[in-house]
Design a protein around this ligand. Structure first.
Ligand SMILES: [Zn+2]
Length: 148
């Protein structure tokens, strides 16, 4: 179970789907951010959990999240480490604290900034909202974020 409980949902590949992230990516294709939530106490979960970390219940369910959050941390990527980055650099990597109380790694997109000179305008605590990006290879859709 350890692998399933710690699996990231930041990539839509077969390994993530195999451990239960399929509802996350199915929702993303519909333009919805859907996360696990405990039916017993209402605590949201990310990464995937088989049991609630707050109350221990196994009654985890998938629910639509608000898609709102704030930037917890960020960095500007200048070198590609994934095929998805080719032709898109520089790209802002960020950890987003969602309103539901969980943290998601993603990208900040649609910036009207020159990231070589204006990256300091991306700040911890700035509000963001979810958007969705279809992967160029057709393998899925991932949530990304825009500044509010
Ligand atoms: Zn719970």
């Amino acid at each position: 179970m350890a692998a399933a409980e710690t699996a990231a949902v930041s990539t839509p590949g077969a390994s993530a789907a195999a451990v239960g992230a399929a509802p996350f990516f199915a929702a993303a294709r519909e333009g919805k951010l859907r996360l696990q939530r405990c039916r017993a106490c209402g605590t949201w979960a990310l990464p995937l959990r088989t049991r609630c970390q707050a109350c221990g219940s196994s009654a985890m369910q998938w629910r639509d999240a608000s898609g709102r959050g704030t930037i917890f941390s960020h960095a500007v990527l200048h070198r590609p480490y994934h095929p998805r980055h080719q032709g898109r650099l520089p790209l802002v990597l960020a950890q987003i604290d969602l309103a539901e109380g969980v943290r998601l790694q993603s990208n900040i997109v649609d910036l009207d900034l020159d990231l070589d000179t204006d990256a300091d305008q991306i700040k911890v605590g700035r509000e963001v909202e979810v958007a969705f990006e279809a992967l160029a290879d057709g393998s899925g859709t991932v949530p990304v974020f825009k500044l509010v």
